[in-house]
Design a protein around this ligand. Structure first.
Ligand SMILES: Nc1ncnc2c1ncn2[C@@H]1O[C@H](COP(=O)(O)OP(=O)(O)OP(=O)(O)O)[C@@H](O)[C@H]1O
Ligand SMILES: [Mg+2]
Length: 275
């Protein structure tokens, strides 16, 4: 098996397109990026710039057309299910929706990965779950059902589940989506603590620039499947790239289009059955 000792996560010349012929779109175009061990890397960029696509490649949900994807020393491109499952144990994922099971209690939700992937006895699992709930500030809520919790609490429970197996890496897909500023602050602090106290490597896809500025060791900004900025929060604030400045200043007009029109709008309306 191919090995590398460089950054814990590395995308090398990754190209990915969707569709065929005229409809073909190249989403990642000879894409290269590195994420450092124990650090927080935030991926930002306009809608449709390819952020989620990068994340989906990292978790093995998408295969690239070409290129290599290194996770902790292994190239995951072309791995079979068994090999990929072994790599998956190294990372936790916080999905945008939280993806908790409504029929289960909080404790059962957080215990799920431990029951599925380990042979740890149930009494020990209960202790491990309590530790994870304590880490996200929600010990004592194990008996509740997801419907009884607020959006911010659900995210924290989902985070407790994502770290249940003590992963080296946690991938976050829009962790702040739909949360109020205080809950965003709580999640930011948790992500920061997991990185600084536990040494967890974090990759965070986010729309929230203030959040990225607060927590990131490195920010990567995507534009049309390429990296147009890679650097620290301080550096992005002073970037003189027009596209970066538009994003940082939240301006609707600029090189980054407000909407992505793929064909003539009139034509599109005509194709709709109700028109
Ligand atoms: N499975 C797929 N099939 C076809 N096209 C796809 C697929 N996944 C992504 N795309 C396309 O790739 C492009 C990038 O999508 P992606 O979801 O990565 O964007 P994003 O940066 O996460 O945007 P947003 O901020 O809106 O979530 C879009 O044009 C999208 O339509
Ligand atoms: Mg996305």
């Amino acid at each position: 098996m191919e090995k590398t000792d460089a950054a814990i996560i590395k995308l090398e010349n990754v190209t990915k397109s969707f569709g065929e012929g005229e409809k073909k779109i190249v989403v990642l175009d000879d894409f290269n990026a590195e994420m450092e061990r124990g650090k927080i890397t935030c991926i930002i960029g306009g809608s449709g710039s390819g952020k989620s696509t990068v994340l989906r490649h990292l978790i093995g949900a998408y295969q690239p057309d070409s290129g290599k994807i290194w996770i902790d020393g292994e190239n995951i491109v072309g791995m079979n299910v068994k090999e990929m499952n072994a790599v998956r144990k190294k990372f936790g994922i916080l999905f945008q929706t939280g993806a908790l099971f409504n029929s289960m209690t909080v404790e059962e939700n957080v215990a799920l990965p431990l029951k599925e992937h380990t042979k740890v006895p149930i009494e020990t699992i209960r202790i491990m779950v309590a530790i994870k709930l304590e880490m996200v500030g929600l010990r004592g809520s194990g008996h509740l059902k997801p419907a009884q919790l607020s959006g911010g609490m659900l995210k924290r429970i989902a985070l407790a589940r994502a770290i249940a197996l003590d992963p080296k890496i946690v991938f976050y897909d829009e962790p702040s989506a739909g949360l109020d500023p205080i809950s965003i602050g709580v999640i930011d602090k948790l992500m920061k603590d997991l990185s600084s106290k536990m040494g967890i490597t974090s990759v965070v896809v986010t729309h929230e620039l203030p959040s990225a500025l607060r927590i990131a060791d490195k920010i990567i900004m995507l534009f049309k499947g390429k990296i147009i900025f890679s650097g620290t929060p301080e550096e992005i604030k002073t970037s003189d790239d027009e596209r970066v400045r538009q994003f940082v200043n939240g301006l609707p007009d600029g090189p980054i289009p407000f909407s992505k029109t793929q064909k003539d709008y009139g034509e599109e309306l005509k194709e709709m059955s109700y028109y």
